[in-house]
Design a protein around this ligand. Sequence first.
Ligand code: SF4
Length: 274
Amino acid sequence: MTTNPYLKPVPTNEKGEILGYVHSIETFGAVDGPGIRFVVFMQGCNMRCKFCHNPDTWKKNVGTTMTADEVLKKALPYREFWGEQGGITLSGGEILLQPEFALDLFTKCKELGISTCLDTCGQPFTRRKPWFDTFNKLLDVTDILLVDIKHIDSDKHKLLTGFPNENILDLCEYLSEIGKPVWIRHVLIPTQTDFDEDLEKLGDYIKTHLRNVMKVEVLPYHTMGVHKYHEMGIPYRLEGVEPPTQDRVENAERLLHTKDYEGYLTWKPGMKTD
Ligand code: SF4
């Protein structure tokens, strides 16, 4: 039997094909990586971010099971819209909890010349084997990653998400070491992440530690997922927190030096950074 890096059985169908637990699909994603993308949101996440707008993706091993071929069959009719940069994005939930499925799908994508993008929060990342071996194989067939740094301070990261950030920063540094292009994203939340001192620290970290950044994005906190908490009977911990003002968004963009990162304009699938 195939095992995943945490030595749990990988789900397969009767033909032995790997199954992924899919939460939902977005056929025309315009914000989930370069170009227009077919986005597959996977089920399951260990983190419990206070601001998460998709608490319905948290539970593991539920949702619709699909093989890589089944995903491709749904995605391929949209191929003509993808252009040079677009393609398929695997998002979540947390995609790195199902790396074998991602590897299977992206290997097939590469055989077909499709651009591949992983959207991750990095929480499962470790340099320990066997997880690391699987991850490296997955990187070989991944063109670009979107990595969320939710807080630069590990203690505050833990208060915000339930997990510290050391291994997430290590993921960013590893991707820089091997020259794999990334977009870095940061959710700006009044009372949680919108403090100049933290933003300056994050901006400096990206500038001094990472050489592979194509784009830095500030994502303004929004409350569109709050109703899901109410429906699911889960307490919402940011009750009363409003989205940031445009001024604060612009301030964060300045402190994160977003204008300095323009690699995304000329990025092409398969590109490596120095
Ligand atoms: S990592 Fe993403 S999916 Fe998981 S809790 Fe945080 S925001 Fe939600």
